[in-house]
Design a protein around this ligand. Sequence first.
Ligand SMILES: Nc1nc2c(ncn2[C@@H]2O[C@H](COP(=O)(O)OP(=O)(O)OP(=O)(O)O)[C@@H](O)[C@H]2O)c(=O)[nH]1
Ligand SMILES: [Mg+2]
Ligand SMILES: [Zn+2]
Length: 289
Amino acid sequence: MAEIRAQIIASYGRRYVVRCDDGRVFDASTRKKRVDFACGDWVDIQVLNHEQAVIEDYRERHSLLYRQDAHKSKLIAANVTQLFIVTAAVPTPSEMLLQRALLAAEAADIRAVIVLNKSDLPQSAALAEQLSFYRSLGYTLLSVSALADVGALREEMQGETNILLGQSGMGKSTLTNALLGGDYARVGDISTALDSGRHTTTHAQLYDLDADTQLIDSPGLQAFGLHHLQAEDLAHYCPDMREFIGLCRFHNCSHRREPDCAFKAAAVAGEIRPQRLAFLQSVIDELAG
Ligand SMILES: Nc1nc2c(ncn2[C@@H]2O[C@H](COP(=O)(O)OP(=O)(O)OP(=O)(O)O)[C@@H](O)[C@H]2O)c(=O)[nH]1
Ligand SMILES: [Mg+2]
Ligand SMILES: [Zn+2]
């Protein structure tokens, strides 16, 4: 039987939903035990019947976004060109997670954009102020409200393959629905009479915004392991630190106690934020440990 090209539009652990170029959609499994495919992957499938297919292999990826803790790696999405890191004043946002996601995007060569959602909430002003620092690093920071207007976000996504990523409850699925103009993704509303419990997104799902623009809504993240990165590369992924690479006396400088450390000197001179250097060191420690 001939193989057909399809794209993975949903991934549930080892089960997938794939869509062919002609629009047909199949539930798909894989032959091998441990093959990692991700939402957004282009794959070759064998059609079994009108509902089911088997994924044979994936095609060359333009990008792969993933995270890795000490034990295992988790594929987040394949072939995305832009990562939208969604944060909000409520629930409590983690700037550490934001910085880690930025690092992962740089490492995967994917453009990162910071989305400050829930701008309708009064607490958002302080967060906007705090996050404006990342503009100085060259990142676009968009303040939006999923409940009001997502036009600026829509514009930023045009023509690209985009993913919304961030902590649970920040409004990724609400943004997805606002961008799609309908109730497609389940959002974490507190129970109604018929349907109780919070709806948290449990799998990555790809949607078409138009013929040229795709959007992946993803489950909330609590941690973003960076074990797939090399400690010596980390400064390259930090736009505020790049210019100091290679200027320390020791080429393997840990930027801590060594004499003539360009990074420490830059922190003292106010050219690098001390918190950013502390962040870099915390990731270096994690990779070493
Ligand atoms: N005030 C306000 N509330 C919002 C906004 N966007 C989302 N919310 C609310 O925030 C809650 C969580 O929204 P979700 O869209 O489910 O969040 P999520 O990021 O998809 O969460 P996970 O799927 O768990 O990762 C819901 O109660 C939304 O109604 C916004 O712009 N303003
Ligand atoms: Mg969600
Ligand atoms: Zn140094």
